[in-house]
Design a protein around this ligand. Sequence first.
Ligand code: SAH
Length: 471
Amino acid sequence: MTPSPAILALSALGLQTALQIKSGMPNVIIYGLNTRVEGADETFENFGETVRQLYQTGHTIIALCSAGITIRSLASVLENKGAEPPVLAVADDGSTVVPLLGGTTGVNVLARRIAAILEVSPAITTSGELRFGTCLLNPPPGFELKNPDSAKTFIADMLAGKTVRVEGNAPWLADARLPLDDNGELLILITSDDVVAGENELVFQSLAAVEHERPRGKLSVIGLGPGNPDFMIPAVKHALQQAQDILGYETYIRMAGSFRPDQTIHATDNREEMQRARHAFELATTGRSVVMISSGDPGVFAMASAVIEALHESGNIAWHEVELEILPGVSAALAAASKSGAPLGHDFCIISLSDNLKPWEIIEKRISLAAEADFAFAFYNPISKPRPWQLPRAIELLRQHRRPDTPVVLGRDIGRPAESLRTIRLADLTPEQVDMRTVIIVGSSLTRSFPKTGGGEWTYTPRWYGTKPAS
Ligand code: SAH
């Protein structure tokens, strides 16, 4: 068995970073400097001695201190390149991850994984990996490089301009930028047979048996619905119960209910979606059951797309083997629509008014053409402080195609304690009535409203179009 990776923390700040790394890599052991760090799994007195001993006993080392100190401490025991464990230096505030040693034993893969947990970019310096977008020396679990000693020359040959052909199935190379050529002088061979590598060859043996020994991780991308647990589908409740790791915005995590002490919560702030998606896969590939929370439906302006895109872009076979499922939820438009009647009862479209991830011109075009084609609308992300003028412009476009008395439903915090629902006319719609927690439904030419007993209105769009069929 490979010994557990060791994280060495030399300060209280370092311990915080160590704990964050451990949240994504549960099998690590945190060693804390006895005079400075409280609350580590183990303590140590002398950094140099400890790091050398860990190195010589084959432990992966993640040192929360400078690269210089780490290398200097190991200098006297540095061994032959093929045999050493991965060694990394990580800034104690978690801002940088520097792979130092262990190129053939996966240090760059580990650096990427830790960087994903810390949501930073790893400082990869290996020229072959940078140029070719992959580290040939570190295939994913399930593959073994049979002739690592030849790898250095092989990569140097590619850097010098030689071309390469690939025989066999190497999914992790799919997105690599290798100098491929069917008549390449160099050969990458992937085989399940135990063959001896020839000159100018790299041979990867696929190890199906080893692969099956690892527990298969699971990633469920779930939608909570608008907020009220009664609107959450049972499969989502089940996934939340089964989860070992829960990822999502703090608000959504709170909305999801209470968790057990054995469940690890990873409350994410407003970081980039793709990074959060990669973090989820990194956790799941360790064999864990991971749940990624979105509000409403995870496929509607939420995490499911980012998760699947991250998988599509990844050549890491371990990610592709994670059991991935997307569990739907009641999206804000549907929740608000049902409260007001059935305004989306005929053809409709959903448009986000946020131009953060798409150009405003396309939003205008879609609104104009959909309005002209007489769709009903649901608008998400309608307005925010940095985006004050977009909604007024959208209202202007809608008014070019809709009567002033077109019903408009404003649903705010639907399914949550502060829920409010108002039905007004398009002529009366102003940006002040709307915020980021509101979904706006704008009717088609046939959408109509009538008073409800006890106050409020029912709004609906009939099932027919044009003239009402005889009944
Ligand atoms: N995945 C979510 C949408 C995320 S985009 C879903 O399917 O519902 C965020 C936008 O959704 C908000 O700006 C708001 O327009 C809308 N929204 C989300 N939850 C809402 C709720 N409970 N009530 C009203 N609008 C909501």
